[in-house]
Ligand binder design. Structure first.
Ligand code: HAM
Length: 424
C-alpha cells in the first residue's frame, strides 16, 4: 500500500539545494583557510557516540543533553546517541589516538552535522551543521583569544558585518561553587515569583538562571550577584589576560555578566558571537569557551582546553543578507545533444569534452527540438549537437548558446578548441 500522502522531509531539517550549496562551499572553504592559517588540522569524528560520553560531557539539563538528545534504539549492549555537538567527541578522539602524548596543544577542527531534538524555528534545526575548533592541552588564555579571533575572522571573511562579541568568565571548580551558593541564597526567597523554568533551574542548574530571557525574572536577574565579582585569583588573572589580548589585537567585545552558555562543561572564559540582524533567542552565530573539566568528566586525565563552534545554517543565512553575492555555477558548460539514439557516441563526446570543462549529456529519447528547449533551461555555454551521419564522420556542431554561433568541429579537436575558448 502506498502512503496516503507523499512522504516529505522530517520536521526541523532542511535541504541545501543547488542554488544555495555554493554559498556553503564558500563558507566551508573559508573555515578551512582560517583554521589552517592558525595551524589547526582537520579531523572527522562519528555522528554517533556512546550515550555516556555525551551525557557526561555536555551534562543532562543542558541545550544539548537530556531531553534534546536523540537516542538510538538499543541494538546489542551499546547505548548510542546522535551527537548534539562535537566537542566531547573531539576530546575523546584526542585521547583515544594518543594526541595527549604529542605536542600540546593539539589544534583540531571539524565540520559536520549535529542533532538536537528542539522546537524548530528559523535558525534552529534538529539537524544542523557546525564548524568546531578546539585547542586541547594548554591552559594559556592566549588560546582562548586565538579561538575568539578565528571565529570572528571567519565570519568577517564571509562578508558579515554587524557582529558583536560578548565575553564573560564563569570561574572554575575552585571559585564557582561558592558563587553558586551565593546565587542560590539570593534567588531562594524569590522562587515563587520566578518563571516555572527558572524555579526548576534553581534546583537543577542555578547558573542558568542568569541565562533567563523571561521578563518576569529580569528585575531579579539585574540585582543578582555577578560571577565576575567572585572569581578566584587565578580565574581573575586569566580573564584579565584574555581582555588585554583582545584589546591588543583590536578585537572589540562587550562584557556580558549573564553569559553562561548552554552546556555544562565550561570553565573561565565563555564567549558568543552574535549578529544584530539574527532575531530573538537564535541570535548567536557561534560560541565557545574554556572547558578544563571536560576530559576528567569523561574519564581521562585532567586536561585544559578551549574551543568554539559556529552554525553553518545561521552563518549562511547572514551571508545571504549581507555577505558578498555567490552565484551558483551552471550545472555544465557543455551539453552534448545527440539527435537520435546515439548513446555510446554521446558518451564518447561527453568524455572528450569533460577533459576540459564540466560536461553533461542528454541521454533522453526526446526529439531534438525538445532537447534544445531543455538545453535552454539548463543554460550551458555550448551545446554539442550531432546526428548519425555526423557521428560517422566524427564531427559535431558546436553551438554557442548566447550568440547562436555554430561551427563544425571534429570530436578529437573538441578538447583543444574548448581550452582555447576558455583561455582566449
Ligand atoms: P553551542 O552554543 O551549543 O556550542 O552551538 C554553537 C553554534 O551552533 C550556535 O551558536 C549556533 O550557531 C549553532 N547551533 C546550535 N544549535 C543549533 C540548532 N538547533 N540549529 C541551528 N544551529 C544551531 C557548542 O556546540 C559547543 N560545542 C561549542 C564549543 C566548542 N565549546 C567549546 N568548544
Amino acid at each position: 500500500m502506498p502512503p496516503s500522502q507523499p512522504i516529505k522531509a522530517a520536521r526541523g531539517v532542511r535541504d541545501v539545494m543547488a542554488a544555495e550549496r555554493p554559498v556553503w562551499e564558500v563558507a566551508e572553504t573559508a573555515a578551512r583557510e582560517v583554521a589552517r592559517a592558525h595551524g589547526y588540522q582537520e579531523i572527522q569524528t562519528p555522528a554517533i557516540e556512546l550515550a555516556a560520553l555525551i551525557e557526561r560531557g555536555v551534562g543532562q539539563d543542558t541545550d544539548a543533553g537530556g531531553k534534546e538528545l536523540y537516542r538510538l534504539v538499543k541494538r546489542g549492549s551499546e547505548d548510542l546517541v546522535l551527537r548534539p555537538e562535537a566537542t566531547a567527541g573531539v576530546v575523546r578522539a584526542y585521547f583515544q589516538h594518543g594526541l595527549n602524548q604529542g605536542p600540546q596543544p593539539a589544534r583540531l577542527f571539524t565540520m559536520g552535522a549535529m542533532f538536537r531534538y528542539n522546537a524548530p524555528q528559523l535558525g534552529r534545526y534538529r539537524q544542523f551543521h557546525q564548524l568546531d575548533v578546539e585547542a586541547i592541552g594548554d591552559a594559556s588564555p592566549a588560546y582562548d583569544v586565538e579561538c575568539i579571533e578565528m571565529a570572528v575572522r571567519w565570519m568577517e571573511a564571509l562578508g558579515l558585518r554587524g557582529l558583536r562579541l560578548e565575553l564573560n568568565s564563569i570561574g572554575d571548580r575552585k571559585c564557582r561553587p561558592a558563587y553558586i551558593k551565593k546565587l542560590v541564597a539570593y534567588y531562594r526567597p524569590l522562587k515563587d515569583r520566578l518563571h516555572p523554568d527558572c524555579q526548576r533551574r534553581l534546583e537543577t542548574n542555578p547558573l542558568r538562571l542568569l541565562d533567563c530571557k523571561e521578563e518576569q525574572c529580569a528585575p531579579f536577574k539585574a540585582k543578582a550577584p555577578r560571577i565576575t565579582d567572585h572569581l578566584c585569583v587565578e580565574c581573575a588573572e586569566a580573564f584579565a589576560a584574555v581582555r588585554a589580548m583582545l584589546d591588543a589585537g583590536g578585537l572589540e567585545y562587550s562584557l556580558n555578566p549573564y553569559l553562561v552558555r548552554g552546556l555544562d562543561y565550561y570553565t573561565r572564559t565563555v564567549f558568543e558571537v552574535l549578529h544584530e540582524a539574527l532575531g530573538g533567542a537564535q541570535n548567536s552565530l557561534g560560541g565557545g569557551g574554556r572547558y578544563d573539566g571536560l576530559a576528567a568528566e569523561i574519564g581521562y586525565p585532567d586536561t585544559p582546553a578551549v574551543g568554539f563552534a559556529a552554525g553553518f545554517e545561521r552563518v549562511v543565512m547572514m551571508m545571504g543578507e549581507e555577505g558578498e553575492e555567490v552565484i551558483a555555477p551552471p550545472s555544465a558548460l557543455v551539453l552534448v545533444v545527440p539527435d537520435g539514439p546515439l548513446l555510446k557516441e554521446a558518451a564518447e563526446v561527453g568524455r572528450l569534452a569533460r577533459t576540459m570543462v564540466p560536461t553533461a549529456v542528454d541521454y533522453s529519447t526526446r526529439s531534438l527540438k525538445a532537447k534544445m528547449r531543455a538545453a535552454n533551461r539548463l543554460g550551458p555555454r555550448w551545446v554539442a549537437i550531432f546526428n548519425a551521419e555526423e557521428s560517422a564522420r566524427r564531427v559535431l556542431q558546436l553551438k554557442e548558446m548566447a550568440g547562436g554561433e555554430q561551427r563544425e568541429v571534429g570530436w578529437d579537436e573538441l578538447p583543444a578548441l574548448l581550452e582555447a575558448e576558455l583561455t582566449g
